[in-house]
Design a protein around this ligand. Structure first.
Ligand SMILES: [Zn+2]
Length: 237
């Protein structure tokens, strides 16, 4: 069963989709609550046929996506006030905010301790927390890349650089120049999931699309990748 993924562009929307080939006669397009699109296509369907069909159903797909968006704040929007919980490496930490002259963010026990001149200035607190996440994401991702790269030696690819991106629906991707782009928010997930995303992208540097040989590589380097993927999806949904 070969698979492939891509994007379909509808006006301003760039919608990611995944295709699996199955034993069936007709193509099935499904839109999921997280905004992703999956297609189950009869074996042997050409990629172009699938893309054409997706283009034809654009209006319907966008309607579905917009429908699900209405329900998005299942987890309430973050307020960045004391008492609220925020994730780091798979654990929940509660915000404790104090008014002080200096701006600081520290992890202590079960808390994010934040000081700033105005403890009720949520945009400022969001900024402080965002930069804290970014700084830690950079450190942790590069350390994990070192580990994953050691395991991926057989791919014989040049050592990639990691770049951070704020992405809405993807954890990672890679560039043609051989860099790995990671979603800054991935630092909120457990290490095992971070390693999965890095390994997934490392394998893409060798084989760009989700072909059989791609998954063979991935499974050799990380036999339990499916479990990690599931955990990541559950965790961040
Ligand atoms: Zn992929």
């Amino acid at each position: 069963m070969k698979e492939f993924s891509g994007f379909v562009t509808y006006g301003k929307e760039k919608v990611p989709f995944d295709v699996t080939y199955v034993d069936r006669k007709t193509m099935e397009i499904a839109v999921h609550p997280n905004g992703s699109v999956t297609i189950r296509a009869p074996k042997g369907t050409a990629q172009k046929t699938i893309r054409d069909r997706l283009a034809k159903r654009a209006r319907w797909v966008i309607k579905q996506i917009n429908f699900f968006r209405k329900f998005e704040p299942l987890t309430p929007a973050r307020q960045f006030l004391g008492g609220e919980t925020h994730l780091f490496l798979g654990r929940q930490y509660r915000l404790k905010i104090r008014s002080q002259k200096t701006n600081t963010v520290k992890l202590k026990g079960a808390y994010f301790l934040i000081t700033t001149p105005d403890a009720k200035d949520s945009p400022k607190i969001k900024d402080l927390l965002d930069s804290w996440y970014k700084e830690h994401a950079r450190l942790i991702f590069s350390r994990r890349l070192e580990e994953c790269y050691k395991r991926a030696e057989r791919l014989s690819i040049p050592y990639p650089e990691i770049r951070l991106r704020k992405m809405v629906r993807r954890w990672g991707s890679c560039s043609k120049s051989g860099d790995i782009l990671l979603n800054t928010s991935l630092v909120k997930a457990p290490l095992s999931c971070i390693d999965y995303v890095i390994m997934h992208e490392l394998c893409h540097l060798k084989i760009h699309t989700h072909t059989n040989s791609y998954f063979k590589f991935l499974s050799k380097l990380m036999p339990d990748w499916e479990k990690r993927k599931e955990r990541l999806e559950k965790f961040m949904s």
